[in-house]
Design a protein around this ligand. Structure first.
Ligand code: ADP
Ligand code: G6P
Length: 473
């Protein structure tokens, strides 16, 4: 029998290092993805249990605690990995929720697996939650868990947070099992989203599909009310600032500039390799700027960092091939000996290396076609202690609501993207400093702890949950 906790987080992924050392010691693996990055910061020292999948297929592994945080792994078989994670979650829901920028696939078998796996997560959470505990369910992988958990454990306080966009009714209505998915989420006491529009979308859907009484703050169904609202997720600002101030990181940032040939301007992009990130549109814009002589290889470089993601899913494999073909073509046509037009690095980086890259960049280019939030944009701002640097940011990222002093752009409009890149490259330092200071001020008061406090104190009016997190070591 597993020990029980008063706060349980349920997320598809555990943020665990794949290689637990022989002595059982376990390192946080900063999974290159927004959810693990965000939760890592708040739970590292919290008296809580994290229920999730430790990666791979096979029997559950006993996992060591990380400080005061307990880990409870949920195992997946190879078939479940394909049907639930690669199938329904990442080939149906993920593309549909991101404006269908890649066509969503519908496969009837995947639904059954999604149901089975969601039930397994709900059972694991029910097992480790003490009487009256709060259980905080995360993201699109586990949309059925709140309702299942409520059936199993009516004593629990249940929260749900969607890290990705929640689509408008026209898109959601395509889903074959739309009513079940909606009912699943509404099992929660509080459903949180990144942007207010999402709360509006779910209210419309609940009215239309379930006959619920709904507005943008509450949804009442079968005599029970679920609250909804926007809680934009953030980053550990203090951690990024401390990293960026470390002498070795500052020295490395300077060294990177030298290694890149001391160009006049460095453009940087950092993404999970995902079709939602707009990497191809960005490359097209950059190629045309080179072609038209508006950007010259001898004084400007683009560094594109990408980390492989969901590598067995066909659409991700073909995306990688297309991107690598295009980078090769651009470098072949416009690069010079010792001076590539694009430095393409498809590998994970540690936090210090990322902080050095953020400091080296003159223009950070964050141009997703659709993104729930985009933490990379916030990390860049937090790393710019000296107030220099320009942020080019897609209007379609949740972060655009808050970082509206960035150079905002519609990445689907390649001409607009080219103009915006040029404007950011040529901006006056005083203009950049004003913009950067406003964005930094916003982030200082809206960091990851503020997000968790805001969400948890809305979930639990007594304020006990938020207080418990604030008392972390
Ligand atoms: P998403 O959640 O879609 O992956 P976000 O921008 O919100 O997008 O979060 C990405 C997170 O992953 C950030 O914390 C970022 O620092 C991290 N990350 C992105 N690329 C890399 C990389 N190559 N190596 C290490 N971490 C990365
Ligand atoms: C996004 C999702 C997360 C997910 C992450 C990385 O941030 O919202 O739930 O963990 O991408 O994706 P992966 O499939 O590797 O977990």
């Amino acid at each position: 029998m597993m020990r029980q906790s008063s706060l349980v987080v349920v997320a598809n992924r555990l943020p665990l290092d794949d290689n637990v050392a022989p002595d059982g010691a376990c390192e946080w693996r900063r999974n290159p993805g927004g959810l693990a990055s965000a939760l890592h910061s708040i739970l590292r020292q919290a008296p809580a249990t994290w229920v999730g999948w430790a990666g791979g297929a096979g029997p559950p592994r006993p996992l060591p605690d990380i400080g005061t945080l307990r880990l409870r792994s949920v195992a997946l078989t190879e078939d479940e990995l394909r049907g639930y994670y690669e199938g329904f979650a990442n080939s149906t829901l993920w593309p549909l929720y991101h404006d269908a920028v890649e066509p969503p696939l519908f496969d009837r078998g995947w639904w059954e697996t999604y149901l089975v796996v969601n039930r397994r997560f709900a059972e694991a959470a029910a097992e480790v939650a003490e009487q009256g505990a709060a259980v905080w369910v995360q993201d699109y992988h586990l949309q059925l868990v709140p309702e299942m958990l409520r059936q199993m454990r009516p004593d629990l306080l249940i929260g749900f947070f969607m890290h990705v966009p929640f689509p408008p009714p026209e898109l959601f209505m395509q889903l074959p099992r739309r009513a079940e998915l909606l009912r699943g989420m509404l099992g929660a006491d509080l459903v949180g989203f990144q942007r207010p529009q999402a709360a509006h979308n779910i209210a419309q859907l609940a009215t239309k599909l379930l006959g619920a009484q709904a507005n943008d703050r509450t949804i009442t169904l079968g005599g029970r009310t679920t609250r909804t609202g926007a809680f934009p997720v953030s980053i550990d600002v203090a951690e990024m600032q401390a990293l960026a101030a470390r002498p070795d990181v500052v020295a490395h940032a300077r060294e990177l500039r030298g290694l890149l040939g001391q160009p006049r301007r460095i453009l940087l992009s950092v993404d999970r390799l995902d079709y939602t990130k707009g990497i191809e549109h960005r490359l097209t814009a950059y190629r045309e700027l080179l072609r038209d002589g508006l950007v010259k290889v001898r004084d400007t470089v683009l560094v594109q960092v990408a980390v492989p993601s969901r590598e067995r899913v066909e659409s991700y494999r073909t995306l990688r091939d297309r991107i690598e073909g295009e980078v090769g073509r651009i470098n072949g046509e416009y690069g010079r000996v010792g001076e590539p037009a694009i430095h393409y690095l498809i590998q994970p980086f540690d936090r210090a290396e990322l902080a050095a890259l953020y400091q080296t960049a003159d223009v950070m280019v964050v141009t997703p076609l659709r993104d729930g939030m985009n933490l990379v944009a916030k990390e860049f701002v937090a790393a710019r202690e000296d107030g220099s640097g320009a942020l080019v940011l897609s209007e379609f990222a949740g972060a655009a609501d808050e970082l509206n002093d960035a150079f905002l752009v519609n990445p689907h409009d390649v001409e607009g993207l080219k103009d915006t890149l040029l404007r950011a490259m040529e901006a006056e330092p005083a203009d950049l400093a004003t913009r950067m200071e406003r964005m930094r001020a916003h982030l200082r008061s809206h960091d990851i702890m503020a997000w968790a406090r805001d969400y948890l104190s809305t979930l639990d009016h007594t304020g006990r949950l938020a207080e418990r997190l604030a008392r972390r070591a």
